[in-house]
Design a protein around this ligand. Structure first.
Ligand code: C5P
Length: 290
């Protein structure tokens, strides 16, 4: 058990939907999904410490964009886990927000999942995986997959998460045009979709070329409706497609963040520099997935 004065750290990596197929709208108002999710080498950071009450301090480059109210997903995660464990939600949490807010790379969900993981350690709880997953699912559709932090197939509303084997590491660039796109309206604007169950989960990718070949058979069904709401997403994709060594370009989640998969780290780094120069207002980050 950690000493009560010793802070714990949890990393909340950016979540990327390499593809995202949307099925029917269900009776509960959510859509059935099918997605291959990976995690980036960059993300938000949390520190958690024992305290007499629950508190959250938010800093970092995007800290000012995030409302610090009782509805904050990190605080909701702490209260939900404490209620499940039958204890008071006592912890001082510091969130360093490195990811743009409402951007399709799971910032809030990754933070909530990291809070759950960290508080299980801080409070020395033993919560069965299925119960922790259920707490995560009640917080948001992307929280269960973020709990695992590993390449995963995501199905159902998002609560069915299984490990995806054979996803290689790949150099990537993330680009966000600094437009916050709320998820609900993007689903509402959806006109055509691939539906779920249309692709095999037998990846057999093993290398980057194999992964790209597989992904070219897939799409992000939310990309077209998101572009309708925020046309600048189309511009981001166009710019990524023109970068030397870019093998695949696509939007993640409900946007507006897009990613490019690159031949190697150097090509990704060069593309990031070029995009930062040509669009100084955009958020650009060279990273790796997997
Ligand atoms: O679960 P989450 O809070 O991320 O969902 C935000 C909104 O996105 C929902 O209110 C719903 O409109 C839409 N959504 C959906 N089907 C999903 C996930 C999200 O329709 N599987």
């Amino acid at each position: 058990m950690p000493s009560p004065t010793e802070p714990l750290s949890e990393f909340a990596p950016a979540k990327i939907n390499l593809f995202l197929h949307v099925g029917e709208r269900r009776a509960d108002g959510f859509h059935d999904l099918e997605s291959l999710v990976v995690f980036a080498g960059m993300g938000d950071a949390l520190t958690l410490e024992c305290a007499g009450m629950l508190s959250l301090e938010i800093g970092g480059p995007f800290g000012a964009d995030l409302a610090l109210d009782a509805d904050n997903l990190v605080l909701r995660a702490a209260r939900a886990l404490a209620a499940h464990a039958g204890r008071e939600p006592e912890a001082a949490i510091i969130l360093t927000k490195n990811l743009p807010v409402a951007s399709g790379i799971g910032g809030g969900s990754a933070d909530a999942a990291a809070a759950l993981r960290g508080l299980v350690r801080l409070w020395d709880l033993s919560v069965p995986d299925a119960e922790l997953s259920a707490i995560a699912a009640a917080l948001g559709s992307d929280v269960p997959v973020c709990l695992s932090g590993r390449a995963s197939w995501m199905e159902g509303r998002g609560e069915r998460v299984t490990a995806a084997d054979g996803v290689p590491r790949v150099a990537a660039v993330l680009v966000n045009p600094r437009v916050a796109v709320p998820t609900g309206p993007v689903f509402k604007a959806l006109k055509t979709r691939r539906g779920v169950g249309a692709v095999s989960h037998d990846l057999q990718a093993r290398d980057v070329a194999g992964l790209v070949t597989y992904l070219k058979l897939t799409s992000n069904d939310l990309q077209a409706p998101a572009i309708e709401i925020a046309p600048v997403i189309g511009e981001v994709l166009n710019e990524l497609s023109r970068m030397p060594g870019c093998l695949l370009w696509r939007m993640s989640g409900s946007g507006a963040t897009c990613f490019g998969l690159f031949e190697d780290d150097d090509a990704a780094a060069m593309a990031a520099i070029a995009l930062e120069r040509s669009h100084p207002k955009w958020w650009v980050s060279a990273t790796r997935f997997g």
